[in-house]
Design a protein around this ligand. Structure first.
Ligand code: FAD
Ligand code: SF4
Length: 464
């Protein structure tokens, strides 16, 4: 192995893992992590740091691993990120920090994500609580939503001395990290909930089963004495294709399918609401959500087809997830687009009608536009169809909050880059502002908003 070759990491065998929901990537051992960390040349002007949305001191934590000081590595990560064990697993590092790693020019970039995961897991195993908090400053902030944006904003404010309460609609905190991303990529109990527990140790209170806009309104939260509110309500409303047959039994949105599996354990036949997908499933879409839905359906025992209207090259999902899906035997039907879902006389899905596509000129997104090939329609039999075409923000909070402006796609409009909305004292960030994006971008937004909230409250208060 030269400096330019990555230390290999172990994955669960594909043949075995398609029969369980255990984590697929097994992570580095101590020895492997040290070996990988020693490849880092500790650039004087590291190109990795600016591409990390929360600007983690990457050479710093990697050096600590190389020197076998794992506590220091974990402490360095905790200075910048509230969820390092999560980000080490799900961040698209290949498009961020690892993309510009200098070693990548001649060989393979440092496995920054896998090292982050190693150091964060080590700290979780030791039961270390790494955040430091200032003395309470007597000011209260409310946070709506406990996904990466809300959790980061809450953590930053708690560390700065604020009394913070999170209002969460679901019965478990964590947002997409618990209801969307499956256990085989991100173990909810061992990783997400432990990181959430660390947040509680900083003094953050979390109230679940509270739908803001229904159970309580934003204005009623202000009436309870909160001086600022951060809205991190995500983008949980599924998008459909509006083609005939989408209302048939056996058509799921990826959100419903994944939530029922992850949060309500629907893969277990002894649960109240088990999911039966049948023998053959079509998943429509090509992003991370489509990969998660397809790999979950595979684990439920089905033959799974990913139906995607462009080619493999344009797949928006992370490379690692596509590779894992292919290894698990998911079949990819590229340049194929559904035009109708076919039903039987009892209203259940029996098949899907698709059209073949070809790529034309680039569209507004810069990707070549898929164009239907006339007369190429064909049908194939499936028992279920899972629509994984993306999501948009739920309009409930803006509709029940006077003066909170949104755009035509229900995204909350900001009046500053730092999370200020059109209503004084209300800040927002994450998927409800950007539309469906990434964990780390949501965290970056939560962190920026926390700074703004701190400045806002300090500008009005006389005692801090
Ligand atoms: P969310 O995580 O959606 O959290 C919002 C929270 O607000 C939820 O808990 C919700 O219940 C709560 N809420 C909503 N409305 C209300 C209300 N009215 N009152 C109270 N609470 C409310 N990103 C990656 O970086 N890597 C990946 O591999 C990846 N895979 C993904 C796989 C799936 C299946 C999905 C769906 C997304 C994936 N993403 C991935 C995207 C990523 O998870 C999101 O960008 C990120 O979670 C957004 O964070 P957020 O805090 O803005 O919102
Ligand atoms: Fe290390 Fe790569 Fe960052 Fe340079 S760019 S400091 S080699 S991780």
């Amino acid at each position: 192995m030269t400096r330019f070759t990555r230390t290999p990491i172990t994955y669960q065998d594909p043949e075995k893992r398609i029969h369980n929901f255990d984590e697929v990537c097994l992570g580095y051992t101590k020895e492997e992590a040290i070996k990988e960390a020693k490849r880092c040349i500790q650039c004087k002007n590291p190109t990795c740091v600016p591409l990390c949305p929360v600007n983690i001191d990457i050479p710093g934590f990697i050096k600590a691993i190389a020197e076998e000081d794992f506590k220091k590595a974990a402490e360095t990560l905790a200075e910048y990120s509230a969820l390092p064990a999560v980000c080490g697993r799900v961040c698209p590092q290949e498009d961020q920090c690892e993309k510009t790693c200098i070693l990548g020019k001649k060989g393979e970039p440092i496995a920054i994500g896998k090292l982050e995961r190693f150091a964060a897991d080590w700290a979780l195993e030791q039961g270390l609580s790494l955040g430091k908090t200032k003395e309470p400053n007597g000011h209260k902030v409310a946070v709506i939503g406990s996904g990466p944006a809300g959790v980061t904003c809450a953590g930053e404010l708690a560390k700065a001395g604020y009394e913070v309460k999170i209002f969460e609609a679901l019965h478990e905190p964590g947002g997409v990290l618990v209801y969307g991303i499956p256990e085989f990529r991100l173990p909810a109990d061992d990783i997400v909930q432990v990181e959430i527990e660390n947040l509680k140790k900083l003094g953050v209170e979390i109230e679940t089963n509270v739908i803001v806009g229904r159970t309580i309104t934003v204005d009623e939260i202000f009436d309870e004495g909160y001086e600022a509110i951060f809205i991190g309500s995500g983008a949980g409303l599924p998008i459909f294709m509006n083609i005939p047959g989408e209302n048939l039994n056996g058509v799921f949105s990826a959100n419903e399918f994944l939530t029922r599996n992850n949060l309500m354990k629907a893969f277990r036949s002894d649960m109240d609401t088990p999911i039966k997908v049948g023998n053959k499933v079509a998943v429509v879409g090509g992003g991370n959500v489509a990969m998660d839905a397809a790999r979950t359906a595979k684990r439920l025992g089905a033959e799974v087809h990913v139906v995607y209207r462009r080619t493999e090259e344009e797949l928006p999902a992370r490379e690692e997830e596509v590779e894992n899906a292919m290894e698990e035997g998911i079949i990819f039907d590229f340049l194929t687009n559904p035009v109708e879902i076919l039903g039987d006389d009892k209203g259940w899905v029996r098949g899907i009608k698709c059209v073949k596509m070809e790529l034309g000129e680039p569209d507004a997104s810069g990707r070549r536009r898929p164009i239907p090939i006339e007369g190429s329609e064909f049908e194939f039999e499936v028992d279920s169809v899972i629509m994984a075409l993306g999501t948009s923000p739920n309009p409930l909070i803006p509709r029940t909050t006077e003066g909170l402006n949104t755009d035509e796609r229900n995204r909350i409009k900001l009046v500053s880059e730092k999370g200020q909305t059109s209503r004084e004292g209300i800040f927002a960030g994450g998927d409800n502002v950007t539309g469906s994006a990434t964990v780390i971008l949501a965290m970056g937004a939560g962190k920026e908003a926390a700074k703004s909230i701190d400045e806002y409250i300090k500008s009005k208060a006389t005692n801090i």
